[in-house]
Write a protein that binds this ligand. Structure first.
Ligand SMILES: *[C@@H]1O[C@H](CO)[C@@H](O)[C@H](O)[C@H]1NC(C)=O
Ligand SMILES: *[C@@H]1O[C@H](CO)[C@@H](O)[C@H](O)[C@H]1NC(C)=O
Ligand SMILES: *[C@@H]1O[C@H](CO)[C@@H](O)[C@H](O)[C@H]1NC(C)=O
Ligand SMILES: *[C@@H]1O[C@H](CO)[C@@H](O)[C@H](O)[C@H]1NC(C)=O
Ligand SMILES: *[C@@H]1O[C@H](CO)[C@@H](O)[C@H](O)[C@H]1NC(C)=O
Length: 499
């Protein structure tokens, strides 16, 4: 989910699908304080995050209030508030089972948990009616700002400011860990001074972590958990070296408000060849947004990606789709950042083909060269204006460090399914990211616009040979019917952040 001060940028709101209750572990790792530091001990906190494929997001278990009430919230680098659904909201009171089995508890509709303020002795309202987030598709969350005890990954904050979703249609809350300037209240009040200390800021102020920085390891699409590590990096969760990129300021506010970096190259590579894809929009500003399920690139380059893999843009579902069998294609796309010297992250097709349904079988193509095959959602979609978004379909292949003090992103190729750990804490407030090398001569401004050239599609054969049909027409989007389009609409459920 993406939030911004004055920008209206795109985001996919995870759809309201069938919930499952899952248990999460919480791990805590305390490091011995480094010698010679004048300040408080630098620790790190690890929270296991669970990949909820059905909801299209990563969820962490936290607790709120006194006594503690457990809730599972979506982790979001694209927004900056924590908000919890109120157990008195109609979405939580609604019975989850249609037709309503009577003896259900009052929070049946919110299977990930809801918060009952009446049952917390430490609950204090600090901004009546001040919390408000709305989405173009009509979903929203509104209510009071309050303070209460908040616990995540073993880190306990006694006075955390949060939003209470009293009027909401989203049956679970969020943990937004972005810049404080991107809090909903800053947009509502149109004033930077309305910003409060959000989670990572407060963790630093309370001395739980040395600096406002954290690392995100989403892990494989097929793996059930990843982790967020506050205050440090884990050198065992990536391959090669971490490259340090400067975050790009938001143009309209001239401030660091979201995690924007410049995407400067995309190549397609398979057994049959390699293609350098082009875009008039290079260098492309992209937001690294864990709260967005798919990735969104300019239409000119997205169309080349689709041609490589034989994806079909279906206007019926407003989305690029592929046969599910493409998940076994051996081709990959490599994303380069910050210019020629910058990091390159490869994303395999197994990370780019997502089921369209939460249970049961996917819809099938009704006609055309894929007739009878199961249809899946493709992980790279198109979008018409910047900033563009690299969501979970990209982020799973990368280990990403977010340093909100130096305004830098550390990025390296992920180590999927790593079972070892070597946590290194940031040494002090504003310390440089450990074990990371700055990208030399990096692209930090939109210079001359990119040029467009149709690639020769030498990699296409290698991408699509997994499928019987290889003759996908270039730049001709066949009008293919998809069965169950209504279901697709519901599941894709995209929306844009308003303010
Ligand atoms: C909340 O979760 C913790 C840790 O899993 C558990 O010990 C505790 O009993 C739970 N509390 C409630 C009210 O369910
Ligand atoms: C808790 O936080 C609120 C909002 O930032 C502040 O007004 C209040 O003074 C704080 N309370 C304590 C006990 O620190
Ligand atoms: C990671 O683990 C998952 C679940 O066990 C498995 O399906 C997947 O293939 C593994 N990925 C890699 C790259 O080993
Ligand atoms: C391209 O893919 C082939 C296998 O399909 C691999 O051996 C080669 O290293 C890849 N090249 C790049 C630049 O990723
Ligand atoms: C995405 O591409 C399709 C096919 O070219 C086009 O019809 C659609 O308008 C594009 N969507 C956006 C948001 O640009």
């Amino acid at each position: 989910m993406k939030s911004a001060v004055t920008l209206a940028t795109g985001s996919l709101l995870a759809s309201v699908a069938h919930a499952q209750v899952v248990q999460w572990d919480i791990q805590k790792r305390d490091l011995a304080p480094k010698k010679g530091l004048r300040r408080r001990a630098a620790s790190t906190y690890t929270e296991v995050i669970t990949n909820e494929e059905a909801r299209g997001g990563y969820f962490a278990t936290v607790s709120v209030g006194t006594p503690a009430q457990n809730l599972t919230l979506q982790l979001d680098t694209g927004s900056s508030d924590i908000w919890v659904p109120s157990s008195q909201s109609s979405v939580c009171e609604k019975s989850a089972s249609r037709g309503g089995s009577s003896s259900s508890s009052s929070s049946d509709g919110c299977t990930f948990g809801s918060f009952n303020p009446d049952k917390s002795s430490s609950y204090t309202v600090v901004g009546q009616g001040d919390f408000s987030i709305a989405y173009v598709d009509g979903s929203h969350s509104k209510g009071d700002y309050f303070t209460d005890v908040f616990e995540i990954g073993g880190a306990k904050l006694s006075n955390m400011t949060m939003g209470l979703g009293e009027d909401t249609d989203i049956p679970y809350g969020l943990v937004g860990v972005g810049y404080a300037i991107n809090e909903a209240i800053v947009g509502t009040e149109q004033s930077l001074s309305a910003a409060y200390d959000n989670l990572p800021v407060l963790m630093q102020n309370e001395g739980l972590i040395a600096t406002n920085a954290y690392s995100l390891w989403l892990n494989d699409l097929d793996a059930s958990t990843g982790s967020i590590l506050f205050g440090g990096i884990d050198t065992e969760k990536y391959e090669g070296d971490l490259s340090r990129l400067d975050i790009i300021k938001d143009e309209q506010t001239n401030s660091f408000s979201s995690f924007i970096v410049y995407l400067t190259s995309v190549t397609a590579n398979s057994s049959s060849g390699s293609d350098t894809l082009s875009s008039r929009e290079f260098p492309i500003p992209v937001v690294l947004d864990s709260g967005t399920t798919l990735s969104y690139l300019p239409t000119d380059i997205a169309a080349q990606v689709w041609t490589e893999v034989g994806a079909i843009y279906s206007s019926e579902v407003d989305s690029a789709i592929v046969p599910c069998s493409m998940a076994s294609s051996k081709g990959q796309f490599t994303f380069g950042f910050g210019g020629d010297n910058g990091p390159k992250i490869s994303v395999g097709m197994d990370e780019l083909v997502l089921s369209l349904v939460t249970s049961g079988s996917n819809p099938t193509f009704r006609s055309g060269q894929y007739a009878g095959k199961e249809a899946c959602q493709f992980g790279i979609q198109n979008f018409s204006s910047d900033p563009f978004l690299l969501g979970d379909t990209f982020l799973r292949s990368a280990y990403v460090v977010y340093d909100l003090v130096n305004n830098q992103i550390g990025i390296a190729k992920t180590d999927f399914n790593s079972t070892t750990s070597n946590v290194v804490a940031f040494a002090s407030d504003g310390a440089q990211m450990p074990s990371a090398t700055a990208v030399a001569n990096q692209v930090t401004a939109t210079g001359s616009a990119g040029t467009f050239a149709t690639p020769t599609y030498g990699a296409m054969k290698g991408f699509t040979e997994a499928n019987a049909a290889v003759s996908v027409p270039v730049f001709q989007w066949a009008q293919l019917g998809v069965m169950g389009a209504t279901t697709l609409f519901m599941l894709i459920g995209s929306g844009f952040f308003l303010l």
